[in-house]
Ligand binder design. Structure first.
Ligand SMILES: Cc1cc2nc3c(=O)[nH]c(=O)nc-3n(C[C@H](O)[C@H](O)[C@H](O)COP(=O)(O)O)c2cc1C
Length: 199
């Protein structure tokens, strides 16, 4: 299937088939795909937490606003987090990155206030969401991007210190009865001429 046809078919799953098992190879592939996400100056300020454990997933589901049922039904929940303790993240940069990249990051820190630096880091994590949604579809899986989660409670449940959850993505096989399926609810988008300019 070509990429346009794929994107035309992708939809936000609102209901999942809890019984149709997602092959573990696909989940492992998704981990590697997210790891390969591009980011500004290749800073990679993220943590992707793959939650398959049903008890932990249920705990997270219970603090996920209108998304509780989807998370309970979906086989996989991926939590996307951003570096929040910047001193601790600095250690990761120092230990893991080549010299020129460390210097680029240090330069970036001199240009931006701490608040702006945190916004910039978070923006990088959203790129991974786009990659994850498209990749899931390409692998024959359905998914739901979810900002509707209680991120502070996620942080506590996941015992995070350096990173802070921003949003999550449920992944699984969609349910036939989901009224949000593309066959039932066609794509709704602004007109091409209103969002694309060609000069
Ligand atoms: C960053 C982001 C956060 C979203 N949060 C939620 C959410 O918490 N719950 C939900 O059901 N859908 C959520 N959505 C899905 C959007 O509502 C959906 O993508 C949009 O209406 C377009 O519909 P489509 O994805 O079916 O094409 C989110 C989407 C994005 C990109």
């Amino acid at each position: 299937m070509n990429i346009l046809a794929l994107i035309q078919k992708r939809y936000t799953a609102k209901k999942y088939n809890a019984h149709k098992v997602v092959p573990q190879e696909k989940i492992e592939e998704l981990k590697e795909i997210l790891r390969l996400t591009p980011s500004s100056i290749n800073i990679q300020p993220w943590k992707f937490t793959f939650v398959q454990n049903p008890e932990i997933k249920a705990k997270l589901a219970s603090v996920s606003m209108h998304n509780t049922e989807k998370i309970n039904q979906a086989q996989l929940l991926v939590v996307f987090s951003v570096a929040d303790d910047l001193d601790a993240f600095e250690n990761e940069v120092v230990n893991e990155f080549p010299q020129f990249r460390k210097e680029m990051y240090h330069k970036m820190k001199t240009y931006k206030s701490e608040a702006d630096l945190k916004i910039w880091l978070s923006q990088q994590v959203y790129i991974a969401l786009g990659v994850g949604l498209t990749a899931s579809m390409a692998m024959g899986l359905d998914s739901t991007a979810m900002e509707g989660i209680e991120t502070d409670k996620y942080k506590t449940i996941l015992n995070m210190t350096v990173y802070k959850p921003l949003f999550a993505m449920a992944v699984g096989y969609g349910c036939e009865e989901d009224s949000n399926r593309i066959e039932v609810t066609p794509k709704s988008r602004r007109l091409l001429e209103n969002v694309v300019e060609t000069i």
